[in-house]
Ligand binder design. Structure first.
Ligand SMILES: [Zn+2]
Length: 178
């Protein structure tokens, strides 16, 4: 089975473009294809955008620890040249962090949903936790209609599905960290 590259996964493309800008995925792909670090001019040959834009993307990725630069002095001219390489593992790490946070949020949400019951007005003015609904004698304080219990099974099911999706993604990402 062919192993999918990290940059081919939709999730990492979204991530790269959100932290680096629209062409960040393309830039990472170009750098990854070459087995040596590239100068920004070399990247420009493959990525048809302005050099200043390439530098902006590189700087943004560098800020996150995704792009690394190597400084080299030309002995004849005394000028420095910079070449860039990409730390693929770091991309996986950052997305993993993001996904773990999302997972923790979902777990809290699921716990909340299964612990508390909510009541909703027939006319959907508002919903209330049990204690508050009881205080209003299960009548809507806004329109006077009866407050009815909300079935949270559907919402719990949705959360469960989201959690399953997320765990799959997390497992996939972990493979890039070994
Ligand atoms: Zn109401």
């Amino acid at each position: 089975m062919a192993v999918k590259k990290l940059v081919e996964i939709g999730l990492s493309q979204q991530f790269l473009n959100s932290v680096g800008g629209l062409c960040a995925t393309e830039l990472v792909k170009i750098c990854e294809k070459k087995s040596r670090p590239l100068t920004d001019e070399e990247i420009e040959k493959h990525l048809k955008i302005k050099l200043t834009e390439i530098r902006t993307i590189l700087n943004r990725l560098h800020y996150r620890g995704i792009a690394m630069y190597h400084k080299k002095r030309n002995n004849k001219t005394g000028w420095y040249s910079y070449t860039w390489s990409i730390n693929i593992k770091r991309i996986a790490e950052l997305i993993l962090e993001q996904q773990m946070e999302a997972m923790a949020k979902l777990e809290k949400k699921a716990e909340f949903e299964s612990t508390y019951s909510f009541f909703m007005c027939k006319k959907k003015c508002s919903n209330f936790p049990f204690e508050l609904a009881a205080e209003y004698n299960f009548n809507c304080p806004e329109c006077g209609n009866t407050l009815e219990t909300i079935d949270n099974k559907k919402r719990l099911k949705t959360i469960k599905k989201e959690k399953e999706e997320l765990s799959k993604e997390i497992e996939e990402l972990k493979k890039f960290l070994v």
